[in-house]
Design a protein around this ligand. Structure first.
Ligand SMILES: Nc1nc2c(c(=O)[nH]1)N[C@H]1C(S)=C(S)[C@@H](COP(=O)(O)OP(=O)(O)OC[C@H]3O[C@@H](n4cnc5c(N)ncnc54)[C@H](O)[C@@H]3O)O[C@H]1N2
Ligand code: MOO
Length: 396
């Protein structure tokens, strides 16, 4: 595997400040995963390994921007045939015109295009309702880009628009980073996969919630399963996982069946981050497994797991996938954002005309606030007053 840590700290960061934890998650990875060449369609959602440079001028030839006539010099013009998109045509003599379609190659010698609605034909003579200025309704070769020009930087996520642009300027394949593979292990005997919670059993909320978030960060989910509250089962699941990154939920704290720390010790893992000064989610952890793969331990409380995902899992996966770190935005605050006395808080918020407003139902075990949220506000210790500003993280 290629995810060997280099710049990671030798000793685990314990209860470290939130910004440091995010940095540590990226630094845990020396370099992004190797590159692969993929057919355009297969590259959707992956990350460009190098800048996308134009393989050709765009347009690749002078083109008519309108349906009408390509004309040479001032009118009236003598009509000399037509040229459709996909065809090419011989040179146009001064005083001549050819009927032309939008997107068709402009004949050499043409000085402009007269739109269909601005011209009138009289036998083989074309009269313009106004003048055709030089270059009128022509998209000149290289108007959008020149061959070799960088269009997008390395690290760009391949969206449908990127696929279209790559095709337009001549690409058949794209070079992207291999996706980091993830196995999601959901810990807890109390979890139900269907039906109503009750009698001590709760529905697994993280099995449905986390995979799309991990995928949006560039990961390929290769497995998702429940692991019962059993030390040996957990140790073996971690030891034998084929994934670049194992993501666990639950078992991070000190309960009677919270075996994650012991299982990591038994597998010879090295803790890089062991607790973060953030609420919710402070028991989150990041470890390096003996073969250089990584494990992110998310707390079991659902909003705490989300906090762990944005703090540790997404930065780590982004780095493996070759993406730049997720940006924090700074935004005005419209209603005070309550803080923790010593730790960062991640609060579900909505955006209003006046700024960010916190949502109710933001407890660690709740998802009701998050389900309405437009972002997570990063609230420093002590909170942010109503006229202040706060950083926000996008919720995937
Ligand atoms: N003595 C202490 N107890 C706890 C501390 C502490 O510092 N000292 N921290 C609390 C905090 S904060 C959190 S968060 C939790 C973290 O607990 P674990 O990661 O060990 O998670 P579990 O105990 O397995 O579960 C906690 C809670 O979450 C529910 N859960 C678990 N998985 C899911 C899931 N997939 N979907 C929905 N709900 C889930 C589980 O049923 C529990 O209710 O520890 C505190 N305790
Ligand atoms: O992570 Mo715990 O709140 O902080 O539930």
């Amino acid at each position: 595997m290629t995810t060997v840590a280099a710049a990671a700290p030798v000793r685990a960061l314990r209860h470290c400040p939130w910004p440091q934890a995010r940095r540590a998650a990226r630094l845990a990875v020396r370099q992004p995963l190797p590159t692969v060449g993929l057919a355009l369609g297969a590259a959707l959602g992956q990350t460009l390994a190098g800048p996308l440079e134009a393989l050709t001028d765009l347009p690749a030839f002078d083109t008519s921007a309108m349906d009408g006539w390509a004309v040479a010099g001032p009118g009236p013009w003598r009509l000399a045939g037509r040229v459709l998109a996909g065809e090419s045509c011989g040179p146009l003599a001064d005083g001549a015109a050819v009927q032309i379609a939008t997107g068709a190659q402009l004949p050499p010698g043409a000085t402009g295009v007269l739109r269909r609605e601005h011209g009138r034909t009289d036998g083989v003579v074309l009269h313009g309702l106004g003048e055709v200025t030089p270059g009128q309704d022509v998209r000149p070769r290289g108007q959008e880009c020149r061959r070799g020009e960088p269009l997008l930087p390395a690290g760009t996520v391949v969206t449908p628009a990127v696929l279209g642009l790559a095709a337009a300027c001549g690409y058949d394949r794209l070079t992207v980073h291999r996706r980091p593979t993830v196995e999601l292990l959901l810990l807890g005997d109390e979890l139900l996969d269907s039906g109503l919670p009750g009698a001590g059993l709760v529905r697994d909320a993280l099995g449905p919630l986390l995979p799309p978030w991990l995928a949006a960060a560039g990961a390929e989910l290769i497995g998702q399963r429940r692991v019962g509250d059993d030390f040996g089962l957990l140790r073996d699941a971690i030891r034998h996982s084929p994934a670049d990154v194992v993501v666990t939920t639950g078992g991070t704290a000190a309960g009677p069946v919270d075996f994650l720390h012991e299982a990591l010790t038994a597998t010879g893992a090295r803790l890089l981050v062991d607790g973060v000064a953030v609420r919710p989610g402070h028991p989150m952890l990041l470890a390096e497994l003996p073969d250089g793969r990584h494990l992110v331990g998310l707390p079991g409380n659902p909003l705490a797991a989300v906090a762990g995902a944005v703090t540790l899992a997404l930065p780590l996966l982004g780095r493996l996938a070759g993406r730049p770190g997720p940006e924090l935005r700074t935004e005005p605050v419209a209603a005070a954002l309550p803080g923790h006395p010593t730790d960062t808080r991640l609060l579900p918020v909505v955006r209003t005309d006046r700024g960010l407003v916190p949502l109710a139902f933001d407890g660690p075990a709740m998802l009701r606030g998050l389900a309405l949220a437009e972002a997570l506000a990063v609230v420093p210790p002590g909170g942010v007053p109503a006229d202040g500003r706060a950083e926000t993280l996008a919720t995937p």
